[in-house]
Design a protein around this ligand. Structure first.
Ligand code: TYD
Length: 206
């Protein structure tokens, strides 16, 4: 089973991934967690290029292709092998991030993005995608309280509003694939809500 996590900035995905992995292990799954961009030695180098404040001249098409290069490496060398040997893969961001950020956020044609994503992933799609939802202002406030600033953090409020609205469109188009969790609660309440929702959903996924 392949599960991805998505959400706007500051939605707390990074806190929830290990909690969710522990919960799933407790239910007997062998779980591999990873993230994008990155998750492989080559992907981690691409992540540095994408995030570096030295790279403000990066063209949007270069940015799109770098995300896909990292994704292709992760899919072929980590995700597909793990799925093939029966592990449950939990990935912090995946193709929906490209549609939400580069597509809805930056206005790049969604059809073109879907083709490039298909090329990068060989068509691998998640069985389930968890959306940790939070209002954009609250998410940015949380994000700005901690961590290092990177190139991608420079985008403004309007951009992030388009990203969140884009996610909501993706969810409306494919409601069966998504699980929407209110992330504007303390982390343990988010974890509990997520676990409760998954307990209902997982038996269906086999
Ligand atoms: P990261 O620091 O990993 O934080 P988080 O996932 O917790 O937000 O940042 C990843 C950034 O990359 C985030 O701003 C979303 C962006 N991104 C894209 O724009 N397109 C993509 O395809 C992916 C995977 C990420």
């Amino acid at each position: 089973m392949f599960i991805t996590l998505e959400g706007p900035e500051g939605s707390g995905k990074t806190t929830q991934v290990p909690l969710l992995a522990d919960f799933l292990r407790g239910r007997g799954h062998r779980v591999l967690t990873t993230r994008e961009p990155g998750g492989t030695p080559i992907g981690d180098q691409i992540r540095q290029v994408l995030f570096s404040l030295d790279n403000k001249a990066m063209h949007p098409r270069s940015e799109i292709l770098l995300f896909q290069a990292s994704r292709a490496q992760l899919v072929e060398t980590v995700i597909r092998p793990a799925l093939a040997e029966g592990q449950l893969v939990l990935c912090d961001r995946y193709a929906d991030s490209t549609l939400a950020y580069q597509g809805y956020g930056h206005g790049v044609d969604l059809g073109a993005l879907r083709e490039i994503i298909h090329f990068a992933t060989g068509g691998l799609q998640p069985d389930l995608t968890i959306f940790l939802d939070i209002q954009v202002e609250e998410g940015l406030r949380r994000r700005d309280q901690g961590g290092d600033w990177n190139r991608l953090d420079d985008y403004q409020l309007d951009f992030h509003r388009r990203v969140r609205a884009g996610y909501l469109e993706l969810i409306a188009a494919e409601p069966d694939r998504w699980l929407v969790i209110n992330a504007a609660q303390p982390p343990d309440a988010v974890a509990a809500a997520l676990q409760g929702a998954l307990q209902q959903r997982l038996p269906l996924l086999g």
